[in-house]
Write a protein that binds this ligand. Structure first.
Ligand SMILES: [Zn+2]
Length: 290
């Protein structure tokens, strides 16, 4: 049985190809086998079948190369959001480069969809203590929701002091919907991505159930390449290899269980719903600085 409206969760997809998720330099992208549509249509059709609306954080590079995907998403009523342009981690960009990326991406996607884009997610959740300056630029460029901060610290990202709930950052004025987490073996893990594959499905299921019981909304995240087990295998650092390639064939059947068991909608819808029910608490950016 599905959870009630009170426990609405966000279903999010980072729309990028397999070679964007492995830290391959952009100069190498043109030489890789293009497979984004394989995984894209698997998740697109599943969402259609279960009548779930999701938020797609689109890489600007992908929007330029695959305008048909943006148009299909827009016609189907999904929310279009920004994943930046180059897939470079925010803390490796200068503020000027970051501003340029988000401006270009927002305009490209808005022109293709004819709809206003408000939400943003950084590649590799790379808004960290080193790159909190990006929030001000996002607000200045018309983004009202950010989904880039993880309360779980990993070798790539994370802010330990980040609340695990939707909140408003007062200056700059921007709503943060951080990565949702759960505890297991006295460690914190994320709802979605690699953890959806590394652990049995029941872990994610229990996490959403427990969070829902406590009145907390969850945000699930996934990528098209996680629905494409046959995509090329390239050598890389062991920890990156494990998070990228483990149990890719489990993603599609487990996502079907997930959308059967829980109620999902777009990031904007979940944020609006939360605002109506609870009101959003304000926190100062200093809290994130630790
Ligand atoms: Zn990404």
């Amino acid at each position: 049985m599905k959870e009630s409206e009170a426990n609405l969760n966000a279903f999010t997809v980072d729309l990028e190809d397999w070679y964007h998720g492995i830290e391959l330099p952009a100069s190498e992208w043109g030489r890789q086998e293009r497979r984004i549509e394989i995984g894209f249509y698997k998740i697109f059709e599943l969402l259609e079948r279960y009548q779930v609306k999701a938020t797609f954080f689109v890489l600007g590079w992908v929007a330029e190369k695959y305008p048909q995907l943006i148009k299909a998403l827009s016609s189907a009523g999904h929310e279009l959001a920004s994943h930046g342009y180059s897939h470079e981690k925010v803390y490796h960009l200068t503020p000027a480069q970051f501003r340029e990326e988000i401006k270009t991406t927002k305009k490209t996607i808005e022109d293709l969809s004819g709809k206003l884009l408000v939400a943003y997610r950084a590649p590799f959740f790379s808004i960290t203590e080193k790159s909190l300056w990006a929030l001000e630029i996002l607000a200045e460029e018309g983004h009202t929701i950010d989904c880039s901060i993880s309360p779980i610290k990993t070798w790539r990202y994370g802010i330990k002091n980040c609340p695990d709930e939707i909140f408003n950052i007062t200056e700059p004025n921007i709503i943060e919907f951080p990565v949702s987490s759960f505890n297991f073996f006295s460690k914190r893990w994320a709802v979605g991505g690699a953890y959806f594959r590394l652990f049995p499905y029941v872990f994610t299921k229990r996490a959403l159930e427990n969070r829902g019981k406590n009145g907390r909304h969850s945000m699930f995240y996934i990528h098209p390449w996680e629905y494409d087990p046959a995509h090329p295998k390239v050598p890389m650092e062991k920890k990156a290899y494990i998070t990228h390639y483990t149990r890719l064939s489990s993603t599609l059947p487990n996502t079907e269980k997930l959308v059967s068991n829980f109620k999902f909608d777009t990031v904007s819808k979940v944020v609006n719903n939360y605002q109506k029910q609870n009101g959003i608490s304000n926190i100062s950016i200093n809290v994130l600085q630790g």
